[in-house]
Design a protein around this ligand. Structure first.
Ligand SMILES: *Cc1c(COP(=O)(O)O)cnc(C)c1O
Length: 373
């Protein structure tokens, strides 16, 4: 077999993630390797923690990045905070809520499902009713930004309800972090996870996580061991905590963390509010341009995610063929519809570094060309 080095073309990524990565972040990843317990590296991990606290708007000391993708962040929250027989209210309005349910069941928890249609946000009144009907519920879990549909749910209202009913909240912020307002402390979120490759525009494979004191208390009072050794936060805490007692738990993905440091630094320098506004502005511009092409967004304006746009495929257009042409002729990737939107919608992402003028211009021009021909 004649194998040569892999040299991918420069694609423009406007799908559901991974998103475009800035040259600075890509370069950061190719800097010299150091040991993962090297004092310089430990200092950088402390800075990542500080930058993540900023991104999440939290002072939670237990804020760090799991050495694995967003799905492992999800798993981290559930395996640590759901004990066998714990009742968990799980909100499902797309693919990722469904995965939360899988997690609850695999932890031996008793799931109470609150279901909403794909394309709709989580219903506050349904969740309130479920909390009233199940006063013994321990956890409320929901997805802030459903990437499968492009819908934002009201995380602030949902977490307030959880608190009122003495439940911990587990929030999926994989697509929301950096793209839309998210305030962990102000909203009283107990456990939250995200991903490096969506609006943070970093390489895939890392999952920022933060636990409140209440979440840590639930973990320390567990009657049973966390079933996952790798994700057990009582063990990981020693690895990510500063106070000179850093001890070996697993080998951190050293160079991927360089990239995360750089990506978070860029968000910090830009400022969260500015980043949220940038996503909103380019979403506005994209929406306007799409409507001029006769294309419509499928999600109601009141709950649309700026960073993930669900676009209806017009009658008579072969959606997969159009995506293939964008990829082959324009090096532009957009996403396909999932589940009940498969074949009926595209998902156009404006995540992180992808939310910029040249991307919106290219995307609209390319769609125009391809739809006309
Ligand atoms: C992408 C995504 C995940 C999973 O993240 P991976 O990094 O692919 O494991 C979970 N939840 C949501 C909302 C996502 O968009």
């Amino acid at each position: 077999m004649n194998i040569t080095s892999f040299n991918p073309p420069r694609r423009i990524l406007m799908g559901p993630g991974p998103s475009d990565i800035s040259p600075q972040v890509l370069q950061a990843q190719s800097r010299p390797i150091v040991g993962h317990l090297d004092p310089l590296f430990v200092g950088m991990m402390d800075e990542i923690k500080f930058l993540l606290q900023y991104a999440f708007q939290t002072s939670n000391p237990h804020t760090f990045a799991v050495s694995a993708p967003g799905s492992a962040g999800m798993e981290t929250c559930f395996v640590n905070l759901v004990e066998p027989e714990d009742k968990v209210i799980v909100c499902i309005n797309g693919v990722f809520g469904q995965r939360m349910l899988e997690n609850v069941e695999r932890c031996g928890g008793e799931a109470v499902v609150v279901e909403d249609s794909w394309g709709e946000p989580v219903s506050i009144s349904k969740v309130e009713k479920a909390l009233e009907q199940h006063p013994d519920a321990k956890v409320l879990a929901f997805v802030h930004a459903e990437t499968s549909t492009g819908v934002a749910s009201d995380a602030q209202a949902l977490c307030a309800l959880a608190k009122q009913h003495h439940c911990l909240s587990i929030v999926d912020a994989v697509t929301s972090l950096g793209g839309i307002p998210l305030k962990v402390d102000e909203w009283g979120i107990d456990a939250i996870y995200s991903g490096s490759q969506k609006c943070l525009s970093c390489v895939p494979g890392l999952s920022p996580v933060s636990f409140s004191q209440a979440a840590i208390d639930k973990l320390t009072k567990r009657k049973t061991k966390v079933q996952s050794w790798f994700l057990d936060q009582s063990l990981v805490m020693g690895y990510w905590s500063g106070e000179q007692k850093r001890s070996y738990h697993h080998t951190a993905p050293v160079t991927a963390l360089y990239a995360l440091h750089e990506a978070l630094l860029s968000l910090y320098n830009e400022g969260l509010e500015v980043s949220w506004q940038r996503h909103a502005d380019f979403h506005q511009q994209l929406t306007q341009g799409l409507s001029e092409l006769g294309l419509e967004l499928m999600v109601d304006e009141s709950c649309r995610l700026p960073q993930l746009n669900l676009v209806a495929v017009p009658e008579g257009v072969d959606e997969a063929a159009l995506r293939a042409r964008l990829l082959n002729d324009y090096n532009l990737e957009i996403g396909a519809g999932l589940g009940q939107f498969a074949g009926k919608a595209w998902r156009i992402g404006l995540m992180g570094y992808a939310a910029r003028q040249e991307n919106v211009t290219l995307c609209l021009a390319a769609l125009n060309d391809v739809l006309k021909s």
